[in-house]
Design a protein around this ligand. Structure first.
Ligand code: SF4
Ligand code: SF4
Length: 467
C-alpha cells in the first residue's frame, strides 16, 4: 500500500498504483500519524469476522462467539464484499470469528480473495489445520495464519481456552512448521496468568519458526466478564513493558500496548487509536464497527448490505466522521505522558464504564484504577451482541469452561464439495502485505523507496492483527 497525502478529512491513503508524490510518501512519521488521525480512503487494518460460530468457548472471546448467526452473510454476499475490497484496493484483510474455518465456504472465500488480490491472514484455534491444509497453506505467499495460544503450558492455556486446546494449537503449529510454513503467527492474549511466561511463549514460537504476537486483554465481549480477574496487575504491566522494551522488535504488538508508553520509551507498533480512522471491523452479519474490540451499538457505523456498501460506510458514516475529528484529551490533557500514551484505548475505557476522554483503565500512573474505584459498582456498558453457547462453568472460576460440541455450531450448510471440512484451493504465490502487523507508519519514513517495505514471513519486526 502506498501512502499519499490527503487534503481533507477522509482522504489520505490510497493503495499502490494510485497517484501520489514520492516526496509525500516519505513524509515524516509525525505527519503520517496526523493523516491517520484524519482517516484514510480505505482502512489499513480491516478485520472481517466471518462467523460467530466456534467450536470452543474461550472465556475472554472478544466477540462472544459460539452460535452461528442466521443472518450471516451468504457466500455471494461475501464474494461481493471481496469485490468491493478489491475496488478499494484493500490489499489484505484479517479474517477471524468465531472460528472462521468452520464456515463451509471458508476455503472457497480464501481462494476468491486471493484471486482478487486481497491477501488473507486468518486467525484460528488450529483445530482444522490438518497436515494437508498446512501443506496447502505453506505453498502460498498470499495467505498468512495466526494460531491462538494463551499459555506456554497446557495448564495456563487450557484454563482460558478449554481443555485440550494447548495440544490442539501446538499440533497445528507443528504441522505448519513441518510443512515449511515459516513465519506464521502465534497470537497470545496477555493475562495475569501468562505474563510470566513471555520468554517461554517466545521460545515456543521460535522453535516452530513462527513469530510471537502479543495482544492486550480488552474488556470486550466475554472478556468483559473476566477482565477483573485476568487483566495484568499494575506490577505485571510494568513487567510487560520492560519485556517489550527488550524484545519489542522481535514480536508483533500492533496498537495493543501504546498505553504503556507512558512509562517512558515508546514501544514498536501503532501508537494511536486507529478506530474508524485506519481500523474497523466487519462482523458476520455485515455490521461495520469502528474497531474489533468495540462491538456495541455506540460504535456501529453501518452495514455492508446498505445501498452504498462498505465503501459508503467507511467514507461517509457519521460515526467515522466524528472519530476522525480532533479528539479532546479531556482529563488526560494536563498529563505530561499524554503525547506518549494518548489516553489509551477507547474500547477499554468504554467497556469499563470510564469516560472516553479520561485515562485508560490500565493507566501507568494509576489514574485508571482511581477512576474505576470512583465508578464503583455502577452499571457498565454491555456488548450489544452475544452468541455464546454458555457452556456450564465449573466451580465458578474463570477459565474452566468446557469446550463446546461442534455440532452446536448451527452451520449445516454443505461446503462447495458437498461435505464438511476444507476443500483444496489454488492459492496464489504472494504474501499479503501485513501493514497491520507492523505499524502503518513502518517503512513510510525516510527510506529507500515509496510505501511500506514488503513484509515476508521471516520479517522480524513488530505488529498486530485482528486485535
Ligand atoms: S479502541 Fe482500542 S483496540 Fe480499538 S483501535 Fe482504538 S486503541 Fe485499538
Ligand atoms: S493520565 Fe492519561 S495520558 Fe497520563 S498516563 Fe494516564 S492514561 Fe496516559
Amino acid at each position: 500500500m502506498t501512502l499519499v497525502a490527503g487534503g481533507s478529512a477522509g482522504a489520505g491513503a490510497t493503495p499502490a498504483g494510485a497517484e501520489g508524490s514520492l516526496q509525500r510518501q516519505r513524509a515524516p512519521v509525525g505527519r503520517l500519524v496526523e493523516r491517520f488521525e484524519r482517516g484514510l480512503e480505505a482502512p489499513i487494518c480491516l478485520t472481517w469476522e466471518l462467523t460467530y460460530a466456534c467450536n470452543l468457548a474461550c472465556v475472554h472471546c472478544l466477540s462472544s462467539s459460539g452460535r452461528r448467526d442466521p443472518r450471516e452473510l451468504s457466500t455471494d454476499e461475501c464474494r461481493a464484499l471481496i469485490d468491493e475490497f478489491e475496488r478499494m484496493q484493500i490489499f489484505y484483510v484479517n479474517i477471524g470469528g468465531g472460528e472462521p474455518t468452520v464456515r463451509s465456504d471458508f476455503w472457497e472465500l480464501v481462494e476468491y480473495a486471493t484471486e482478487h488480490h486481497v491477501g488473507v491472514k486468518f486467525s484460528t484455534n488450529g483445530s482444522r489445520i490438518t497436515t494437508a491444509v498446512a501443506e496447502r497453506l505453506a505453498s502460498s505467499e498470499y495467505v498468512d495464519v495466526q494460531i491462538s495460544l494463551d499459555g506456554a503450558t497446557p495448564a495456563i492455556n487450557d484454563a482460558v481456552r478449554g481443555e485440550g486446546t494447548f495440544d490442539t494449537a501446538v499440533t497445528a503449529m507443528g504441522r505448519l512448521a513441518d510443512a515449511g510454513f515459516a513465519g506464521f503467527k502465534v497470537s497470545v492474549v496477555v493475562t495475569r496468568h501468562n505474563v510470566g511466561q513471555l520468554d517461554g511463549l517466545k521460545e515456543l514460537a521460535d522453535r516452530h519458526g513462527a513469530q510471537l504476537r502479543l495482544t492486550r486483554l480488552r474488556p470486550a465481549g466475554r472478556g468483559a466478564e473476566v477482565w477483573d480477574e485476568l487483566h495484568p496487575t499494575a506490577e505485571q504491566q510494568r513487567e510487560l513493558y520492560d519485556w517489550l522494551v527488550v524484545h519489542g522488535e522481535q514480536v508483533l504488538t500492533g496498537d495493543s500496548f501504546f498505553h504503556l508508553a507512558g512509562y517512558g520509551a515508546s514501544l514498536p507498533g501503532l501508537n494511536l487509536c486507529g478506530a474508524g480512522r485506519v481500523v474497523c471491523l466487519v462482523d458476520p452479519v455485515g455490521d461495520v464497527y469502528a474497531c474489533p474490540f468495540a462491538i456495541h451499538d455506540e460504535f456501529l457505523a453501518g452495514n455492508v448490505r446498505g445501498a452504498g456498501g462498505f465503501t459508503d460506510v467507511w467514507r461517509r458514516s457519521d460515526l467515522f466522521a466524528e472519530l476522525r475529528r480532533p479528539q479532546s484529551a479531556g482529563a488526560c490533557g494536563s498529563c505530561g505522558r499524554y503525547d506518549a500514551c494518548r489516553g489509551g484505548c477507547m474500547a477499554a475505557k468504554f467497556f469499563t464504564g470510564l469516560p472516553l476522554d479520561g485515562p485508560d483503565p490500565e493507566c501507568v500512573l494509576g489514574h485508571g484504577e482511581e477512576a474505576l474505584a470512583r465508578r464503583g459498582t455502577s452499571e457498565v456498558p454491555r456488548p450489544s451482541l452475544d452468541h455464546s453457547l454458555r457452556p456450564r462453568r465449573r466451580s465458578g472460576a474463570a477459565g474452566r469452561d468446557d469446550p463446546v460440541d461442534p455440532v452446536d455450531l448451527g452451520d449445516s450448510r454443505p461446503d462447495v464439495a458437498g461435505h464438511l471440512g476444507p476443500v483444496a484451493v489454488a492459492l496464489l504465490p504472494r504474501r499479503p502485505d501485513r501493514a497491520c502487523d507492523e505499524s502503518p507508519v513502518a517503512g513510510c519514513g525516510p527510506g529507500p523507496g515509496p510505501g511500506p517495505r514488503p513484509v515476508g514471513r521471516s520479517a522480524g519486526t513488530a505488529g498486530r492483527g485482528p486485535h
